[in-house]
Ligand binder design. Structure first.
Ligand code: GYE
Length: 326
């Protein structure tokens, strides 16, 4: 009888082993598993950024990508990161919506031994070891590019009325671009920000707030510059300004925008946007090279910034437009 029980136990064990193996795709063993938490889908830049990640992290390239769209909610990002930790992914990649509120969840990832790569916007951490690397843009430098153009474009002895449309409040892209403008206003006494609005990086919200603002004015203000913190905000603002009869472009209301997506470059060629400050969304290959280096046991630079430029109407060649994939 004992013998029979022993044989049965062995059989049950073998069955478990076989079904356990069947559950797992044999190929999965070789794949690097990436848990990725994307901010949302608020802008053309974001769509291009997601596309760039999806193009790189494919099974053919050796990855299994678990992609989560947080729909512009930080709580969704935190929930996704906790799920990635439970699933014991190899790497966590986060495009954080805001700079703040990450310490606790990133500590959990750190304790689980999972490297965290922050992409695009930054996170504000007291313990920087919680983040393996940050790959993205220097948003203050982008803002500096815009304000130095303004300093050249407008003579210092004329008053400048500026409408400032901010991006998602608390995001690094908003913080850096806003700070550069505010610093420049401090050193240019004739620059006045006549209104600041939250456009949340979207076309629809910016159209709405701009329209509401202009509709509330008994006399329409003279606006020299609209400083939009991304392209989609510029598209929304231009539409609202047009409906109120503003003359857009040199000699009228000049629009500044960040990202330099193809659509914005087309607007720039037409003179509807005076300055496009570039922000590169195609970060997939950079994230991959960071992961490859980590896989090879190399130490990676904790801060990696991408090169970016600024464009005015005369810079918009057909070649530039054709080379823009987003
Ligand atoms: O400029 C904007 C997007 O964080 C750099 O977020 C990114 C910004 C980008 O929605 O279009």
């Amino acid at each position: 009888m004992r013998k029979l029980i022993a044989i049965l136990e062995v059989l049950v064990l073998m069955l478990f082993m076989i079904t356990g193996c069947m559950d797992q795709d044999p190929q999965d063993d070789d794949l690097i598993v990436i848990g990725m938490s994307q901010t949302g889908a608020e802008s053309d830049w974001r769509a291009a950024n997601t596309e760039s990640m999806r193009a790189v992290f494919t099974e053919e390239n050796g990855y299994r990508l678990i992609f989560d769209d947080a729909r512009q909610q930080q709580e969704n990002q935190i929930t996704a990161i906790r799920r990635f930790i439970q699933e014991q992914v190899d790497y966590i990649v986060v495009m954080p919506i805001s700079e703040y509120g990450w310490e606790a969840v990133l500590e959990e990832a750190y304790d689980a031994g999972i490297p965290v790569i922050i992409v695009d916007r930054m996170v504000d951490l007291t313990n920087e070891r919680l983040m393996t690397a940050h790959l993205g843009a220097d948003f203050y430098a982008e803002g500096e590019c815009a304000v130095s153009w303004m300093e050249q474009e407008f003579s210092s002895n004329r008053n400048l009325n500026i409408v400032h449309i901010q991006g998602t409040l608390g995001s690094s892209a908003q913080i850096g671009r806003t700070e550069a403008l505010l610093d420049a206003v401090m050193s240019n006494p004739r620059w006045n920000i006549i209104n600041t609005m939250d456009g949340d990086f979207t076309q629809a919200k910016t159209y709405e707030v701009m329209h509401e603002y202009l509709a509330s004015c008994t006399v329409l203000p003279a606006i020299d510059v609209v400083y939009c913190e991304n392209d989609n905000e510029a598209f929304g603002a231009i539409r609202a300004l047009g409906e109120f009869g503003y003359d857009i472009g040199v000699g009228g209301t000049e629009v500044i925008s960040f990202d330099a997506t193809r659509q914005a470059l087309l607007y720039c060629r037409e003179g509807k946007i005076s300055l496009c400050v570039e922000c590169n969304p195609l970060l997939g290959p950079l994230v991959e090279s960071c992961i490859i280096a980590l896989e090879n046991g190399e130490v990676v630079d904790q801060y990696q910034y991408v090169e970016e430029g600024c464009f005015v109407t005369n810079d918009i060649t057909q070649e530039l437009l054709d080379s823009r994939s987003y």
